[in-house]
Design a protein around this ligand. Sequence first.
Ligand code: SAM
Length: 367
Amino acid sequence: MAERSIPIADRRYVAPPAFVPETLPPPTGRLADARGRRLHDLRISVTDRCNFRCTYCMPRSVFDRNYQFLPHEALLTFEEITRVVRLFLAHGVEKVRLTGGEPLLRKNVEHLIELLAGLRTAAGQPLDLTLTTNASVLARKARALRAAGLRRVTVSLDALDDRVFRAMNDVDFPVADVLAGIAAAEAAGLAPVKVNMVVKRGVNDQEIVPMARHFRGSGHILRFIEFMDVGASNGWRMDDVLPSAEVVRRIAEHFPLAPVDPNYPGEVAERWRYLDGQGEIGVISSVTQPFCAGCTRARLSTEGKVYTCLFATSGHDLRALLRGGRSDEEIAGAIAHLWGARTDRYSEIRTRETAALRKIEMSYIGG
Ligand code: SAM
């Protein structure tokens, strides 16, 4: 018999089937975890593949031509994803973000968006449906995404300087094409666009003020993200983290800022507005000001495992239930059980030692 090769990714992320409890109370739309945190957001990784090799996320040294991405049959189908989302909505989720990998590389992702846009929250409202992308194909796809029912997009852009950006994405991708993607998103009605910049000290921190200058007054919202110790391959060191307080200080030297109240309790980005009325920025300070206490996010991996923390080392396999003939009630019960038992607060207890744990890669779990 021919030897069957088992992809590295499968072996590395082995997770037991999610536990199905004996009693299955119907979802109330108000599920809370062991620390009283509601389940409000679901992030879904629709592919573990990406056409960028950002040095802080999918370093080329690990994600090289020998790296084994998930085989197609391992991925949740659009119908499976839609079924899971429907069950999460019954438990109170109102916001769904598609991510990856690069979500726009998943073939026919517009169809998934169409299916999800047709769902309703427990309160009968359309869900807040959004997507995070590197914008490499956004200029081509923006109109179709909007037509399929996408509401907004978040675009990642780490520098305005072409040389710096090309080095960070490590595939020589130009800034101009990302800016064209942002413009296309705006023209298609996917606005306001949020622009995420991961700041790594000594790599792109000199780009903070030029990025702020560029996006001021554009209507787009620039957000600065502290470099995080996600995954186990990006060589994270605390010394590489530029605290958000320093980002705000540097921008305010040029363009005075004032703090703004959060849009809703538990909002991850801390908001600041330009005093001259030219819009706002956000800072996401997972390292220096952890927001675990207000974290309402669950994550669904490309192959159907649920993770209750971005820094998790293990997950709960829902695909085993989906493909094992389990009923909606049983799968909803499994979700309620795993969320009810959730105690994660990784960013509050991060140390040099925890940073070295074998955490799930960001490209697999979804950023
Ligand atoms: N490919 C899409 C993109 O580029 O936006 C979506 C997936 S990507 C993993 C999602 C976000 O995570 C991006 O904004 C990326 O910059 C961010 N990210 C990846 N690794 C990170 C790290 N180590 N620290 C902070 N943010 C990171």
